[in-house]
Design a protein around this ligand. Sequence first.
Ligand code: ATP
Ligand code: MG
Length: 462
Amino acid sequence: MGAEVKVSETRDLTRIERIGAHSHIRGLGLDDTLEPRNVSQGMVGQKPARRAVGVICKMIKEGKIAGRGVLLAGQPGTGKTAIAMAMAKSLGEETPFAMMAGSEIFSLEMSKTEALTQAFRKAIGVKIKEETEIIEGEVVEIQIDRPATAGAASKSGKLTLKTTEMETVYDLGSKMIEALTKEKAQSGDVIAIDKASGKITKLGRSFARSRDYDATGAQTRFVQCPDGELQKRKEVVHVVTLHEIDVINSRTQGFLALFAGDTGEIRSEVREQINNKVAEWREEGKAEIVPGVLFIDEVHMLDMECFSFLNRALENEMAPILVVATNRGITKIRGTNYKSPHGIPLDLLDRLLIISTQPYTEDEMRRILDIRGEEEDVEMAEEAKELLTKIGQETSLRYAIHLITAAALACQKRRGKEVSIEDISKVYSLFMDVKRSTQFLMEYQEQFMFNEVPDTSEMVEG
Ligand SMILES: Nc1ncnc2c1ncn2[C@@H]1O[C@H](COP(=O)(O)OP(=O)(O)OP(=O)(O)O)[C@@H](O)[C@H]1O
Ligand SMILES: [Mg+2]
């Protein structure tokens, strides 16, 4: 019996594992005209902000702007981080998107400017075009000679490839035979062989052979038999970030640092060399710069030095789009006694386009809670959802989202099928929200340490 319990436990664990705060967000949910749909791709409401971000995304994709800044400003829990995540999703894999929190600057083992420089360079892609020689054709026959002595290492064989115009027989060594077997290439497949690396890629099955036998699965891709010569020059394109090039070329670190994440400081000579090299490639038409996005969340955590670094960095010709977010109002700029809107100096604010987020209506909150319930795989009764929405309105969206999992556990414990009103009210009494917790503190203030609420009697005197 013990074993059984364990199995179900592990199954549940792996299921819960990958649900993050924003895992339900799959994009901005805009239609082709950049008009936000009410509920789409996990996004609900917040339409003006989504539309504005959509316009920015479009400009980035068209490569029109560089070195601009956007500020997402709004109250806590109004979806600023969520919208940034959606932006990353909708920009796709090709556009670099670097993400950091303002406070990270202070916790790394490097200077603030180095951390920011690395972040900027993570957000700039270099599209490198390379010409390679390939052999591309339809496999006519693969013939492998099995040596008489079993286990001999040196296999050999012949590969016949054809295009619509010619047919050639190639000699095969053991490496190539291995590669062919790995790709499960057989006659009728169209394959490409990279001449430099010997890498073999199966492009699909030839149309001419589509009716040969019905053993081809549903996923089989059919392609035309290539025409022209077997040997071709082909252009391959890959995007790497400037930061990746930096790390690979900094001799003290080596590329393994990319995976470990501890890249340390990179010397400025290395960066200079790389900038020159990239400029050279651009002139020769071998490379293109792809300005991506650098997202700095909780930007009010940056201090004066960082802000003026940002000012300057935005004016660089290879600058990415800077997106920052904050929930602060008019407050002190970190490390100074000056007050400024959003805790950001005016000269930087002046360079930013400001997008504001608004608090959610009851209906929107309900939709978001619905989506979260689905994401966390929690069944909820209608009344339970209503109560949860009410709680969200009274307290905060985040608090209500947190109650979902807790209520699901309460429901599980009583072996219920779906979360009921009772489950919700149970966890509501179990976990405090900020309002109730504050009230509790007010009532029992004498019993806590470092209490700073002034005595009412003192207040009268003062
Ligand atoms: N429009 C929305 N559609 C779907 N989910 C949303 C939406 N807005 C917010 N959420 C979800 O609500 C939660 C809180 O939102 P988020 O973390 O983005 O708030 P925030 O504005 O960044 O707040 P803070 O200022 O405290 O950082 C997250 O789980 C987020 O995914
Ligand atoms: Mg946030």
